[in-house]
Design a binder for this molecule. Sequence first.
Ligand code: FES
Ligand code: FES
Length: 185
Amino acid sequence: MTTTPAADGDELFALHTLRLNINGEQRRIQVHAWTTLLDMLREQLQLTGSKKGCDHGQCGACTVLLDGKRINSCLTLAVMHDGAELTTIEGVADGEALHPLQRAFIKHDAFQCGYCTPGQICSALAMAGENHAHSRADIREQMSGNLCRCGAYNNILDAIEDALPACRGELETSAPALGKRGSAA
Ligand code: FES
Ligand code: FES
């Protein structure tokens, strides 16, 4: 990471240059020290699939994968992640081919307004990699950080339960870091 001082020398307004792999594409981006990962994605890179629900780490709408692990992107500063691999909902499909989770959400009608859906899918994707969910009750517990204001929980659970075996199969045959998916936003 390199830092460019502000014109007036005020350290607070210095710009920090990060190099990130986002959805398989190398990106170079300048951020202020206070920029959250979510604001960087939405405001600077126009990757608006990740949603800002609460901006306080309580709803999961902003969930992305950071080096293959799920994280609330509203709760972490971009400058902390120079060199990281990020997968956002824009990078989950493989080109035109939807991910099994995306297909399952459609099949089970697992959304109403859709605002929570990107976070639900990214979170479920990481949960599949964690491999701790072995029952519907496990899935419910481990997805409890992702709220749905429309109350579509039963359909969301149906979708995730349906797609989990395919997710695990795909993880076994694909690159270890989910951020290595080829499709870019
Ligand atoms: S917007 Fe990040 S947890 Fe709600
Ligand atoms: S589908 Fe509307 S918040 Fe979940």
